[in-house]
Design a binder for this molecule. Structure first.
Ligand code: AQP
Length: 342
């Protein structure tokens, strides 16, 4: 079965685990806004149930969820056009995740590299939730019959698992019920790297704050982090092949291209031959121009947390109009006895 037999619908999410960063913005948020503007029904989620797969302080989790919602809106998501939710308010995500725990195979889950990376050497002490995380992610997507999921490169393997789960469910029950979702990993910044080490992904959990640009950083901090970003001594090349073996240079060019809505070739045609001492101020100026309005708007929205809470409640109502019938039908396909009118 292909995704084409389903009405196009977009779903994606971000964990409210603090420090929303430039990688999340360019790899995910900015592209959510592109999808919203294509007039496709879209649902964007603060995945709080994913966040608790590792310990979250309850006070911080609440703040991060609201801050993430402020980040979504400040980046251009319109709560009237898109459905904005936090995952825990839409119970069908967790209910369908249990079904998918019973569809996914142990061998599939054991291959997930993100679990291996995050659990590290201490896998015996990792939560069962961290291991089962990709089944919940499949449920997030499929409880909406979402056909397109814009994400960064790091989520590719989880999306392949989502396709495997949908295919196995459909096959086991002889139905064409779940779409085989299309991962959408596109643009110049599908994998933004650390500013301190071009071989590591920019990440919320990196202990070095200088490794990332946070959406809450002020203009001076952004400029300082870019000035200090690791580079090499060579001038910039005029063509993309010249970035081979130069991960830090590639990263800064990718960031510039994604922020300025240009291709890497277009950027290099302009800046080829320049030293980093000349390019970094250009990048800093662009980053401040693009990020500062978002930071300011996020701070303004955070002064109206009751409005954010209303947006999330309203979003969950709209979401459940989609998810409840899909879960009901899933249970019916599987042979669960439904409630009767009394
Ligand atoms: N560095 C990145 N470049 C491009 N896209 C990225 N994303 C994350 N980091 C980058 C994309 O952002 C979305 C939400 O990610 P998430 O918060 O749900 O989880 P994550 O991938 O675990 O984020 P981090 O920062 O890497 O968190 P930690 O440090 O906890 O592991 C996804 O679409 C992701 O691809």
């Amino acid at each position: 079965m292909s995704e084409t037999s389903f009405t196009p619908r977009v779903f994606s999410g971000i964990q409210p685990s603090g420090n929303l960063h430039l990688g999340n913005y360019l790899g995910a948020l900015k592209r959510f806004v592109d999808w919203q503007d294509r007039d496709v029904e879209s649902i964007f989620c603060m995945v709080d149930l994913h966040a608790i797969t590792v310990w979250q302080d309850p006070v911080d989790l609440k703040k991060s969820t609201r801050e993430l919602c402020a980040g979504f809106i400040a980046s251009g998501l319109d709560p009237e056009k898109s459905i904005l939710i936090n995952q825990s308010q839409v119970p069908e995500h967790a209910q369908l995740a249990w079904v998918f725990n019973c569809v996914a195979r142990m061998g599939w889950m054991q291959r997930m590299t993100q679990f291996k990376d995050k659990a590290g050497k201490n896998a015996q002490n990792a939560s069962l939730g961290l291991f089962a995380y990709p089944a919940l992610m499949a449920a997030d997507i499929l409880t909406y019959h979402a056909t397109h999921v814009p994400v960064g490169e790091d989520q590719k393997q989880h999306l392949e698992l989502t396709r495997d789960i949908a295919t196995k469910f459909n096959h086991d029950y002889g139905v064409e019920f779940f779409p085989v979702t299309e991962p959408v990993i596109e643009g110049a910044a599908t994998r933004v790297m650390s500013l301190r080490d071009g071989s590591k992904k920019m990440s919320k959990s990196d202990p070095s704050d200088a490794s990332r640009i946070n959406l809450t950083d002020d203009a001076d901090t952004i400029a300082k982090k870019i000035r200090k970003a690791k580079t090499d001594p060579e001038a910039l090349p005029s063509e993309a092949e010249g970035l081979e073996g130069r991960p830090e240079a590639r990263n800064l060019i990718n960031i510039y291209a994604a922020m300025n809505n240009q291709s890497v070739d277009e950027v290099l045609a302009d800046v080829g031959g320049k030293q980093f001492s000349e390019f970094k101020p250009m990048l800093a100026e662009l980053a401040v121009a693009k990020m500062s309005p978002i930071t300011t708007e996020m701070a303004r929205l955070m002064e109206h947390q009751d409005e954010i809470d209303k947006i999330l409640s309203r979003g969950s109502e709209r979401a459940r109009a989609i998810t409840a019938p899909i879960l009901r039908k899933t249970y019916e396909i599987m042979g669960m006895v439904p409630p009767v009118e009394m």
